[in-house]
Design a protein around this ligand. Structure first.
Ligand code: GTB
Length: 218
């Protein structure tokens, strides 16, 4: 069965790879699974056909024949569990790698999304300027902790590259427009290592091709 994911017909990020289909594309590239993409417009995401796949009317979704998933955490974990390359075989190391997926989504991503909200969606509110430093500091707290975890020697969060790193790097990339990442060289270097992976580059290029109106090749 061909795997099909959904993505924005026209991503509001202008092809910077910040929409969440990129992390699913990246996982598919890491595990070597071919996939197709169905592009959806904002109105189409709220129509019954898409809501049947995604109850919250969002992208990305994942379909493999009759089987469908939503939520990037669930999709990446599903792929990582069924194919080699994104989770260690040893049970405890595997559980730790899965822990990092949850840590990325539940502990690191929320303050980052708060920052995006204050900077972009609430930037015109009178209280926005006052709130911004508080939210920036909540993000900085997490980056201090991640820097400590990575230390000077580790390339990845727990041994070899895993789905936990894929999710953490994906979450951290959303920070790039804010400039905060550059304050933390250890974390910035970690993100750069993720972006340097051939699978990430293919995923990024594929989503950019959509934005540029170029049909995917190969
Ligand atoms: N928890 C879900 C998951 O991880 O799958 C969240 C999915 C989600 O937020 N999807 C967004 C969406 O469909 C796209 S990725 N939004 C449309 C809607 O809710 O109506 C979030 C996103 C959007 C835009 C940018 N950007 O422009 O930079 C980056 C990320």
């Amino acid at each position: 069965m061909t795997i099909t994911i959904t993505a924005f017909e026209r991503s509001p990020d202008g092809g910077k790879g910040l929409a969440r289909d990129t992390r699913v594309r990246w996982a598919l590239e890491e595990v070597g699974q071919p996939y197709e993409v169905r592009l959806v417009s904002f109105p189409a995401m709220k129509q019954p056909a898409h809501l049947a796949l995604h109850p919250f009317g969002q992208i990305p979704t994942y379909e493999d024949g009759e089987f469908a998933l939503f939520e990037t955490g669930a999709i990446v974990l599903h792929l990582a569990e069924r194919h080699t390359g994104l989770l260690p075989d040893e049970a405890k190391a595997r559980a730790r790698a899965i822990t990092w997926i949850f840590a990325a989504l539940n502990t690191v991503e929320p303050p980052i999304l708060e920052l995006v909200t204050v900077r972009i969606f609430e930037g015109d509110k009178p209280w926005s300027k006052e709130r911004l430093p508080l939210v920036q500091d909540r993000v900085r707290d997490r980056l201090v902790q991640l820097s400590a975890r990575l230390g000077n020697a580790a390339d990845w969060l727990d041994g070899a590259f895993s789905a936990g790193d894929l999710m953490m790097v994906s979450v951290l990339l959303r920070l790039r427009p804010s400039g905060i990442l550059d304050e933390f060289p250890t974390v910035a270097a970690y993100v750069a290592r993720g972006e340097a992976r051939p699978a990430y580059k293919r995923a990024f290029a594929a989503q950019l091709a959509v934005f540029n109106g170029k049909p995917p090749t190969g």
